[in-house]
Design a binder for this molecule. Structure first.
Ligand code: HEC
Ligand code: HEC
Length: 507
């Protein structure tokens, strides 16, 4: 625990530095960046040239170059990664013990969805989190009629401190189906079927016991933290203009903004798989994911559960705020101060066989980029956007002007698209609403940094619930507005499909 005085010092210094440095000049001065051979800028002055397993977890140059910023970043990083304990606010029930437990190395911790835990009587393998296992997922729960549960929060808390019972556990059974591309190459998709076991609320714990068969859930794996500051700094008018323009009847594509009310403000949502939040959910993460109360969410998430009352009688206390607003702002600072990995153009000496001749890996990736456009991926995965002039404001009011006036390449329009219900009978529809977003609507996932996920997090599970085991499966799950794109991709020659995937890996 760091004393309050030093924390407020960081706060003051970093709030003042932009004024003292007059950094407006610097921000425009993109030309000063020394771009190493073989790289391309992804997020202006926040671009980092690092392709190690820590590629997502680097401070942006404007953080590294400034003592006060660096200190704040380091402190936020520590708060983000340090495991909370019961005495520092964890629980009583929780889904993760630190932000970094789910967002390992600022990425996407491998989800327990693909970890076998048992098997059914007929031998069908069952996957999910073990009795004490950590799942690294968020499982949104509601009644089948869409109503939320009082006293449980919106996500299933599958872990708990000693003496308290977890709310339930997630199990997953996979259903496989084989498909063929027009050229005869085979591929397979896996559809998850989720069940919640050990459901605490069925025991008549509350005045209103909930039968497990009434329960409905939507599963999410964590999102990569690439470009969080840039997302917060987006020029909202540009996004709204995109929504107005995103209407391509010839391809069946029309995106729209999600709108949500937060802190009394009705505005477009940007973060989360359904763009269901306006901000980086730091306070919500502490409260809903870890059970750490704070000024925005002062009540324990399981307030009202009988076991809480019993715990209180036994002397467990839950009556103080467990994370300070300044600490949460440091976490916000850390996320927004993260650098975005530069795009890697590929080697000029490594050779690849393409249409019967030898070309360089770099040329092959360039062909993949053309194919990405040919398949109309860019109509949703928009390659270039801009940040607004003033940059961002953190949750307690600190301004970050460095994030302003940047040209960025997120490969997303941050809009909602109907991704269909037709593939394997369900498609990507989770029947779960968030703000204006319907069950079949998802925010276009930004693709920057996606090529480094396997290095950073040692797995290649993609899509909101990690059902795609590699990039090709991710594309082949695109239905609804993504249908035409998927069809164009399917009809390509195999070497072009691979080139397109090679291009994704260069992001
Ligand atoms: C139990 C695992 C878990 C923990 C702990 C957790 N997260 Fe997450 N996080 C997720 C999942 C899953 C999503 C995707 C949620 C969705 O789409 O609804 C997510 C999404 C996010 C996003 C949105 C990213 C984007 O691209 O839109 C941010 C920002 C975020 N988390 C920050 C945090 C912070 C900060 C903390 C700690 C205070 C935290 N998370 C703790 C699992 C976790
Ligand atoms: C209609 C809009 C749209 C089009 C067109 C589209 N996508 Fe997507 N893409 C999305 C949305 C929305 C998601 C998130 C779906 C989810 O998570 O369930 C997504 C997710 C992805 C993912 C997974 C990202 C991750 O980290 O989990 C990849 C990879 C991807 N798209 C690649 C492509 C490629 C390649 C093309 C072109 C062949 C394409 N997309 C065309 C909207 C689109």
């Amino acid at each position: 625990m760091i004393a309050n005085i030093s924390k407020s010092k960081y706060f003051l210094i970093s709030a003042l530095t932009p004024l003292l440095l007059g950094c407006d000049e610097e921000i425009d001065d993109i030309d000063k960046i020394d771009i190493p051979e073989g790289y391309m800028l992804s997020a202006g002055i926040s671009t980092v040239f690092n392709n190690s397993s820590f590629a997502y977890d680097q401070d942006a140059p404007w953080v590294a170059e400034n003592v006060a910023n660096r200190k704040r970043f380091t402190h936020g990083d520590k708060l983000y990664d340090d495991a909370l304990t019961q005495s520092s606010g964890l629980g009583p029930v929780y889904a993760g013990y630190s932000c970094g437990s789910c967002h390992r190395n600022a990425g996407r911790t491998k989800p327990a969805l693909w970890t076998q835990i048992s098997q059914d009587a007929d031998g069908t393998p069952v996957y999910g989190s073990g009795e004490y296992g950590f799942s690294s997922m968020l499982v949104y729960v509601a009644r089948k009629n869409g109503q939320f549960f009082q006293n449980y929060g919106r996500v299933l808390h599958d872990q708990s401190i000693y003496g308290i019972q977890a709310e339930g556990k997630l199990q997953c059974r996979w259903h496989y189906e084989d498909f063929e591309f027009p050229d005869g190459e085979k591929y397979q998709l896996a559809r998850p079927e989720y069940t919640i076991t050990d459901w605490y609320a069925k025991y008549g714990d509350t005045d209103d016991p909930i039968d497990p068969s009434e329960l409905f859930c939507s599963v999410r794996i964590p999102l990569r933290h690439v470009g969080m500051g840039q997302m917060m700094a987006l020029d909202r008018d540009e996004i709204k203009r995109l929504a107005a323009q995103s209407n391509y009847p010839e391809y069946g594509i029309s995106g729209r903004c999600n709108y949500v009310t937060e802190r009394g403000v009705y505005d477009i949502g940007l973060s989360g798989n359904k763009a269901q939040h306006q901000d980086l959910t730091v306070e919500l993460g502490f409260s809903s994911d870890m059970g750490a109360t704070n000024s925005r969410y002062p009540e324990e998430i399981c307030e009202g559960q009988t076991q809480m009352k019993e715990g209180s009688m036994m002397g467990l206390t839950y009556d103080r705020l467990e994370v300070s607003t300044q600490d949460m702002e440091d976490v916000d600072f850390y996320m927004q101060g993260l650098g975005v990995p530069a795009r890697r153009l590929g080697s000029t000496t490594t050779k690849v066989q393409y249409q019967g001749r030898q070309i360089s890996e770099r040329e092959y990736i360039a062909i993949g980029e053309e194919k990405f456009h040919e398949a109309k991926c860019h109509l949703c995965h928009v390659t270039t956007l801009h940040t607004r002039p003033r940059g961002t404001t953190l949750l307690a009011g600190t301004e970050l002007p460095w994030l302003g006036k940047q040209t960025i390449h997120p490969y997303s329009d941050y809009l909602l698209h109907d991704m269909g219900s037709e593939i394997m009978g369900v498609g990507l529809n989770d029947n779960y609403r968030s703000g204006l977003a319907m069950g079949n609507e998802w925010r276009t996932t930004p693709l920057w940094g996606i090529g480094l996920q396997s290095l950073v997090n040692s797995h290649t599970y993609f899509l909101h619930d990690g059902r795609a085991r590699n990039l090709q499966e991710a594309i082949m799950w695109h239905g609804g507005e993504g249908y035409v794109s998927r069809q164009i991709f399917s009809k390509m020659k195999k070497e072009d499909r691979l080139a397109l995937i090679k291009f994704l890996e260069s992001l």
